[in-house]
Structure formats: structure tokens, C-alpha cells
Design a binder for this molecule. Structure first.
Ligand SMILES: Nc1ncnc2c1ncn2[C@@H]1O[C@H](COP(=O)(O)OP(=O)(O)OP(=O)(O)O)[C@@H](O)[C@H]1O
Length: 713
């Protein structure tokens, strides 16, 4: 089963597949880059100004503010608030209606970007700046010009502000917290600020940022804020969040905060009044749909952001809403059920998220010319196979394993020798078998119904469950050392007997496969005994491969069921939901790939939000002020550059028989040290400075993964 694939085919194909898929979409010729949105034709109608302080800003200066232009494209940003957080603060309703004229809906663009961020558990104005920047780095990367009174590079000198006594400010205290207050008096170095609790503090000038006037508090569009510095943006989002307003616009961007519970979306009101300008995810979906129908162009909605921030949930809302717009037909029902099946097989409880998607997906929904859904295709990326065999403390494997163990009918349990999840080593290793308020048995029944809907026969379902059971039994297979060189053989027990029976192979063949290694040298074939570590690696790789193949098979069956009716198919809306940026204490090849994919997506977003927009203004001769943004090209070069990018160097090293984790790190240091996004600071570790923060990788972990691939495939 394993021997037919060469090591490099496996290594290269997973990397290259990801590269290809993302690149294909990003590197289209200019003339087929999705159309830019309809834009204002004169400066007077451009979105309201983003203001920063001037280089020569002095407290007490008096001058008229001028505007800095920002024209981001569509984006939904979702932030994560601590679960169950008490909402103890409400906006003054008078402030809630700011009476702004809406200058358009979300839907005049081919690309809609859905961006998702976790919200730090402390209120934004009470966290230190570094932690904000880690948690909101996506947002900051988007709004790259967060102004600071001392930051000359970003202030640009295009706004003149008057800061005098009574001026509302945000000040960062010595403990790193940001507090709002009013300036009492100021000198060149520092200012006396009266905080909202009545205390007076002395704050260095560099730690002060202007705050927005009260009447702008809770504004539903961030670009209407006078000041778009970090505390102001986060405070505005928080104010709205406390009032159950989880969505906020930022021009054509929609920010969505993860509420961790059901929030009333005023959907009926939205539907009846058709307020497409509402900061609401439904408005994004409807506008995208309308634009497809009106503009006769395919559309895309992209979600990105950190793990647990709400991307998948937001995608589900979009899919459900699109499905409802596309008419209640059989296909719509199948599409929703397909989502549910992929969740059971591709989601797991992680440290960050109880229902984390461990794969990326692209769902392409096809509509006929009257707007009815007439099929869909789903592509998946980067399923986290390692989760099948290795779990961190407190995390779970894929939901389906627990659902099967607790929900399978007794005849299946008997047939597959299925036991409780606590009997299986792969599941019990993390010490976490259940999720609060989740009934795995009930979920199993819902899953079977969904499998029925997508027309996977009961027989095929049983075969799939048999493979899952085989994986669980494989995990229980153990080895005993048989000689002084640490070679092992499989212990002939219930585990190997059950696994071989479920896999439909001879038990001795399986035992041999797991404890020996065949090397082909010319015409001769040599059989080597494996060490304990190698045998466990072999067993785990077999389990992971079976799971990955099962996942692919399932996807194929789902896609068959959602088959597009080519006679009727007219236009499509694609939804991209990859799993979020990750940074743990120990990061391995999975994080390497996930974060690279997120980095790519970030560039795609910036290209559409800033680069193309600004190019368009230039072409149209609009008088505007250039917005500088942090380009992440350096980081992408670090991964992709030829011949010495991270991907190629890893690839090359994995082919070398003399390579070790140390030769790998030395090679990386030698070739990549000149890239500002690379740090090879310690032996065995290197760091990548991503747009969303620095991630430290263990070369031992990365090397071990590559080596295993080479040895076992
Ligand atoms: N709009 C929402 N309304 C209610 N609950 C939500 C919403 N968005 C997210 N949640 C909750 O937060 C959890 C995490 O959200 P979700 O799984 O969508 O995050 P994610 O960004 O896709 O994470 P990952 O990258 O790990 O898959 C969900 O299981 C759900 O409980």
C-alpha cells in the first residue's frame, strides 16, 4: 500500500500542490485579475479620511486637519472574544445612530475578502501593545499605518492636529496598558493626562495617541473614525461587541468578532429592508450574489485569520445564506450536509478551538442563470494527517473517531470490535476524550443522515467505519525488542488481529510490514529489521495514510453527489476557508505549511486591497495621497526563492543521505541569513518573521517528518 509512492513524490506533491493551487489563482495575467469595485470618481466622494499625526506634531499646534486616503476592498474580519465574557457595557443609544449616509453596498467587487482574527481575552484598551500586535497582527497588517506621535514614517505629515488641554487621548502606561484620558498639560517630553478614573499620570510623548471624539464611539464603519490608531480601532470594535454588534465595516472590509454564542442578526429586518450597507455577513453574501447575477462574473469570498476566530462559522453563514438565495432545492440541502460531513472528518478540538478545521477548503458553488444552485465542487488542502497519531495534551483527534466509538449501533461495534474511545491509544494519549456540551453519539446519528443525503450507500459507510476502526486498532499495536540492536517484532495480540481483519489482510503480512523494511539494491532485495522507533513510525504512517485516503475518497464521493449540471451551470461563487495562522511553543512542518499558505493569502489580499486599488487611482488620475503598506514579499521570497528558498532547501536536504537536522539548520543559516524574515538564532531552531508574528520552528521536528517520509514512502 505504501511502497508504490516515492518519497519525493509525496514530499513534493503536498508542498507543490499547495503552491500550485494558491499560485494559480494569484498569478493570473493582469487582464483577468478580478475587476476592481466601482469606485468614487472624485476625491469628494472617496471614503472618509484616515488621519495620522504629522511628523512635526506638537501639542498645542493649531492647523486644519487634512485627509489621508485609504481605500481597502471588501474584507470581513472576525475577532475572537473570550468565551462567555460578560457584556457589562452598553452604548448610549443616541450615539448608536450616527446618521451617516451610506455610500454604497459591499457588493461591487469580484473578490470579497473575509478576514478573521481572535480578540484578546482582555479588553483591547487594557492589554499591552506587544500582545495586541501579536493578536491583531492581521488587522494591523491591513491597516499598516497605525499612527504614532513619534512615528515619522507613518504620519506622513498630511494631517495637522490640534492637541491641547482637554484633548482626548490614549496613553500607554508603564505597565503596557492603554488607558483613555484627557490632556491636562504638556511639555516637549511628556504630558500630564487625567485618566477616566480621575487619576493623573505623566506619560512620555511617544506613548500618546489621539482618541476619537465621543460621538464617533461605536461607529459601524472604521474608516469614519478620525483616528485609526490601534487603541482607537480596537476600542471601537469592543464598544460595538459589547452591544452585540459583532460586525463592523472598514470601508469595503467587514470585521466580525467571534461572539462564541448566538447573536441576533436582525436577519428579518435585513431581508425586508434590503440594507446591503449593513455591516453584516449576510450583506456580503447577498451583495456577492447580486454582483454575480448583475455583472455576469464569477465571484470569490476569501476568509483568513487566526485559528478559532470564526472563519469556518462565518463561511457556514455565507454558504447557508447563499443556499437560501439560490432556492430551496435538493442541491442546496446536499451542500449543507456535505459541510457537516467534512466537519466530522476534518475538524478536531485543539487548544485554540473546540471545532478547529484541520484542512483548508475551497467551495465553488455553481448557479444557473436564474440564480438557482445547480452544483458545487469542493477542493481541500493540507489535511493535518499527524493528528491521527499524535495529539498534544488536551486536544482531540478528528471528531469522527469519538462519534463512531460512542454512536455506532451495537451490531457495528461488534463487527469492528469497537470499544470505548478510552480503550484506544491514539485517542486517550491526550487525556481529552470529550468536549463540553457536545454529544458525540448524537453527532454520529446526524452524520449518518448527512452521508445518506449525499448518497453514500450504507455499505460504503460501513466500509469507511471499518477503516476508521482499523486505524484505531493500529494505534494499539505494540512491539517487543528481540535482539541487542533494539530490533523489534509485533506482539501478536487483539490489536494486530483486529487491525488485519478490518484491513482485509493476513495478520502475518501486517506484522512483517510493521517490523521490517525492504531495500532494493539493483536486482537484490534486502530485508532489514526495524528498531522500535522506526516500527512505531511505520505503524503511524500507515494509520495516517489510510485516514488521508479515506478523507480523499469521501471528498470524491461528496463531489460526485454535488456534481454540477453543466447544461445549466452559469456562474459561480467560490469560498476559500483555509485554517488559520498558528504559532505554538513547538512548531513543526504542519505550522510551516499552514503559515506559508496564510502568508500567501495575506499577499493576495494586499495585492487586491492596496496595490491594484492604488494603481487604479493612478490610472484614473485621481488626486490622492499614497498609502504605504507592509509588503510581505520578503517573507514569501524566503519560502519560494529559487534556488535557495526554504521550500527548495528543505526539499534538497531531504534527498541527501548525509543530511541531519544540524546540516539542515546550517544550510538554512548559510543561504537565508540575509533575508530579514529569517532568524537562525539557536542550534536546532530557526524563526520566520511572518506578517502575523514570529514563529520558531524546530529543525529536529521538521527534519524528522521529512526523514520519515523519505524512509517510509
Ligand atoms: N458568528 C458566530 N456566532 C456564534 N459562534 C461563533 C461565531 N463564529 C465563531 N463562533 C464559535 O467559535 C468557534 C470557532 O469558530 P471557527 O471554527 O469558525 O473558527 P476558525 O477561525 O475557523 O478556526 P480554525 O482556523 O481553527 O478552523 C465555533 O465553533 C463557534 O462555537
Amino acid at each position: 500500500m505504501l511502497s508504490t509512492v516515492s518519497p519525493m513524490t509525496v514530499t513534493r506533491s503536498s508542498l507543490e500542490e499547495m503552491l500550485e493551487t494558491i499560485k494559480r489563482r494569484d498569478e493570473q495575467p493582469k487582464d483577468i485579475v478580478p475587476a476592481l469595485p466601482v469606485r468614487p470618481i472624485s476625491k469628494a466622494r472617496l471614503p472618509s479620511a484616515r488621519r495620522s499625526l504629522p511628523v512635526d506634531f506638537k501639542i498645542g499646534d493649531s492647523a486644519t486637519p487634512t485627509a489621508t486616503l485609504v481605500t481597502p476592498k471588501y474584507l470581513i474580519t472576525t475577532l475572537k472574544e473570550k468565551e462567555g465574557k460578560k457584556r457589562d457595557r452598553h452604548l448610549n443609544k443616541e450615539n448608536n445612530d450616527l446618521g451617516f449616509q451610506c455610500d454604497g453596498d459591499f457588493g461591487s467587487n469580484k473578490i470579497t475578502k473575509v478576514k478573521v482574527f481572535p480578540l484578546h481575552e482582555s479588553p483591547p484598551c487594557a492589554t499591552n501593545e506587544e500582545s495586541w500586535q501579536n493578536d491583531y497582527s492581521d488587522l494591523y497588517a491591513t491597516h499598516s499605518t497605525s499612527p504614532s506621535v513619534t512615528d515619522e514614517s507613518t504620519s506622513g505629515g498630511n494631517v495637522n492636529c490640534v492637541l491641547n488641554k482637554e484633548f482626548q487621548v490614549w496613553c500607554q502606561l508603564s505597565n503596557g496598558q492603554w488607558k483613555s484620558g484627557k490632556i491636562e498639560s504638556a511639555s516637549i517630553e511628556d504630558s500630564l493626562v487625567m485618566l477616566s478614573d480621575g487619576s493623573v499620570v505623566t506619560v512620555p510623548r511617544g506613548n500618546i495617541l489621539p482618541a476619537n471624539p465621543d460621538y464617533l464611539e461605536g461607529n459601524d464603519d472604521l474608516i469614519r473614525l478620525s483616528f485609526l490608531n490601534e487603541p482607537s480601532v480596537l476600542h471601537n470594535l469592543q464598544t460595538r461587541y459589547y452591544d452585540d454588534q459583532i460586525y463592523t465595516k472598514a470601508g469595503r472590509i467587514l470585521v466580525a468578532i467571534n461572539p462564541f454564542n448566538d447573536v441576533h442578526f436582525h436577519e428579518n429586518e435585513f431581508r425586508t429592508r434590503k440594507k446591503l450597507m449593513y455591516p453584516l455577513v449576510h450583506a456580503i453574501a447577498e451583495s456577492t450574489f447580486n454582483e454575480m447575477m448583475r455583472g455576469e462574473e464569477n465571484q470569490s469570498i476569501i476568509l483568513s485569520g487566526q485559528s478559532g476566530a470564526g472563519k469556518t462559522k462565518t463561511a457556514s453563514i455565507v454558504i447557508e445564506y447563499l443556499a437560501s438565495l439560490g432556492g430551496h432545492n435538493d442541491m442546496q440541502h446536499k451542500l449543507l450536509q456535505a459541510n457537516l460531513i467534512l466537519e466530522a472528518f476534518g475538524n478536531a478540538k485543539t487548544f485554540m478551538n473546540h471545532n478547529s478545521s484541520r484542512f483548508g477548503k475551497l467551495i465553488e458553488i455553481h448557479f444557473n442563470s436564474t440564480g438557482e444552485i445547480c452544483g458545487a465542487q469542493i477542493e481541500t488542502l493540507l489535511l493535518e494527517k499527524s493528528r491521527v497519531a499524535h495529539l498534544s495534551k488536551g486536544e482531540r483527534s478528528y471528531h469522527i473517531f469519538y462519534q463512531l466509538c460512542s454512536g455506532a449501533p451495537s451490531h457495528l461495534k461488534e463487527k469492528f470490535n469497537l470499544k470505548s474511545s478510552r480503550e484506544f491509544d491514539y485517542l486517550k494519549q491526550s487525556g481529552c476524550l470529550t468536549i463540553d456540551a457536545v454529544d458525540d453519539a448524537q453527532k454520529f446519528h446526524t452524520l449518518v443522515e448527512a452521508l445518506d443525503v449525499v448518497q453514500i450507500s450504507r455499505e460504503d459507510q460501513e466500509n469507511a467505519f471499518a477503516m476508521l476502526s482499523a486505524i484505531l486498532w493500529l494505534g494499539n499495536i505494540s512491539f517487543q525488542i528481540i535482539d541487542s540492536e533494539n530490533h523489534v517484532e509485533v506482539i501478536a495480540d487483539e490489536a494486530v488481529a483486529s487491525a488485519s481483519k478490518l484491513l482485509g489482510c493476513d495478520v502475518h503480512d501486517l506484522m512483517l510490514l510493521l517490523s521490517t523494511h525492504h531495500i532494493q539494491a539493483g536486482n537484490n532485495s534486502v530485508t532489514q529489521k526495524l528498531s522500535s522507533e522506526q516500527a512505531i513510525g511505520m505503524r503511524n504512517t500507515l494509520a495516517k495514510s489510510i485516514y488521508a485516503s479515506l478523507f480523499d475518497w469521501l471528498l470524491e464521493r461528496i463531489n460526485m453527489s454535488l456534481k454540477i449540471d453543466q447544461q445549466k451551470a452559469w456562474r459561480s461563487i467560490s469560498i476559500v476557508d483555509i485554517y488559520g495562522f498558528e504559532s505554538f511553543q513547538r512548531n513543526s512542518f504542519e505550522q510551516f505549511c499552514i503559515n506559508y499558505a496564510n502568508e500567501r493569502l495575506q499577499q493576495y489580499f494586499k495585492r487586491h486591497i492596496f496595490k491594484l486599488e492604488q494603481e487604479e487611482y493612478n490610472r484614473e488620475g485621481i488626486d490622492w495621497t499614497r498609502v504605504d503598506f507592509n509588503d510581505n514579499q520578503e517573507c514569501l521570497n524566503l519560502f519560494e526563492q529559487k534556488p535557495y528558498g526554504l521550500l527548495l532547501l528543505l526539499d534538497e536536504e531531504s534527498k541527501s543521505v548525509h543530511a541531519t537536522d544540524l546540516t539542515l539548520v546550517n544550510k538554512l543559516k548559510h543561504h537565508l541569513s540575509s533575508n530579514p524574515c529569517f532568524k537562525g538564532e539557536k542550534d536546532g531552531f530557526f524563526s520566520v518573521l511572518h506578517y502575523a508574528g514570529e514563529v520558531s520552528f524546530s529543525t529536529t521536528q521538521i527534519y524528522m517528518r521529512l526523514e520519515l517520509w523519505c524512509r517510509l514512502f
